[in-house]
Design a protein around this ligand. Structure first.
Ligand code: TRP
Ligand code: SF4
Length: 331
């Protein structure tokens, strides 16, 4: 028995990295038996900021699908699909646009933050303001009640609830008010201690080889006060230590002890972490290679996913049209 319905998604703007793995994908994979799951590649959302480079989105879409499956999302148990394959998302987005006050969008903290921070692309376009309205449509068209996301996305889930409530008030009870579901794993910092992000280039990607991984780990920031091999270190302020807590929790206590007692140097510590990360990535990369060798398979998975998603999306849209009074027959 499934206890609810999940929808979550990611924007295809590049290859996924280990931050996506621990922050989202592993968590999603673990929910597949408990929930009816929809996992979406949000290409329209990617185009809201990458409209000038559509080839980035085109190239990344099948790659993200491969990353999803390689990381454990299972097309036998979950519906994996591409947003733009289901035109009904845009229809519901229009219906929601009618009932969403402009102020909700202008006041959205993610919008204000992105307008401040993104300087290399022009996001002062009409669609970008409506980003969370399309996200609400993504979630509600499947009547999802649970949305596993990072903390940064909670304002969008909140807005989704408000849109659902306002729509239901006008037209009748059609939509649930979904809840966000946060991951237990703390956010993994980037190699340099800042937020892990594609634009900072401070990440290890799911497709990095063992050599890439060890080269990148060697550049990682550690306890800045630990200058010499004989100095005791402070794992609690060390960026690298948090990787042990996430990827090798059963080794973390011993690592902390060897660090505090200066029993090993940061180079030893890095060498071991590189092994841990390569071992974590190995099975994912094996599945990745199999999927890349068979492009027809990904295409089939995505078109079966789309066929299933479309059926549900169309049923919801029929209800929405009926509730608003838009004729279904002339469609
Ligand atoms: N905005 C999400 C992100 O950038 C991606 C996304 C699009 C999404 N539609 C969604 C997430 C619906 C959850 C539910 O991470
Ligand atoms: Fe960090 Fe490891 Fe160096 Fe300690 S030994 S400071 S945990 S890298």
């Amino acid at each position: 028995m499934k206890t609810g319905t999940i929808l979550s998604g990611m924007r295809p703007t590049g290859r996924l990295h280990i931050g996506h793995l621990v922050g989202a994908l592993s968590n999603w994979a673990a929910l597949q038996d408990e929930y009816t799951c929809f996992f979406m590649i949000a290409d329209w959302h990617a185009l809201m900021s990458e409209y000038a480079n559509p080839e980035v989105v085109k190239e990344a879409t099948p790659q993200v699908a491969i990353d999803f499956i390689a990381a454990g999302l299972d097309p036998e148990r979950s519906t994996i699909f591409v947003q733009s394959d289901i035109a009904e998302h845009l229809e519901l987005y229009m219906a929601f646009s009618c009932v969403t006050p402009l102020g909700w969008l202008e006041r959205c903290p993610t919008y204000k933050e992105q307008m401040r921070n993104i300087k290399d692309r022009d996001i002062s376009n009409y669609a970008f303001l409506g980003y969370p309205v399309l996200q609400a449509a993504d979630i509600l068209i499947y009547k999802a009640d649970t949305v596993p996301v990072g903390e940064d996305q909670l304002p969008h889930v909140e807005l989704t609830r408000e849109v659902a409530r306002r729509f239901n008030n006008f037209y009748g009870e059609i939509f649930p008010e979904p809840q966000g579901k946060l991951t237990k794993v703390p956010r993994l910092p980037g190699l340099d201690g800042r937020k892990m992000s594609k634009s900072y280039g401070n990440f290890i990607s799911l497709s990095d080889t063992a050599d890439d991984v060890s080269r990148k780990v060697m550049t990682m920031f550690t306890d800045p006060q630990r200058q010499r091999r004989g100095d005791p270190g402070r794992p609690d302020v060390c960026n690298l230590y948090s990787y042990y807590e996430v990827f090798a929790p059963d080794e973390a206590a011993a690592v902390a002890q060897k660090c505090r007692g200066a029993e090993w140097g940061c180079t030893d510590c890095k060498k071991r972490l590189a092994e841990v990360l390569s071992d974590t990535l190995a099975p994912i990369q094996k599945r990745r290679a199999e999927l890349e060798a068979d492009p027809g398979r990904i295409e089939r998975i995505l078109s079966e996913g789309a066929a299933h998603a479309r059926e549900i999306a169309q049923a919801t849209m029929a209800q929405v049209r009926e509730a608003i009074g838009l004729k279904m027959e002339r469609r």
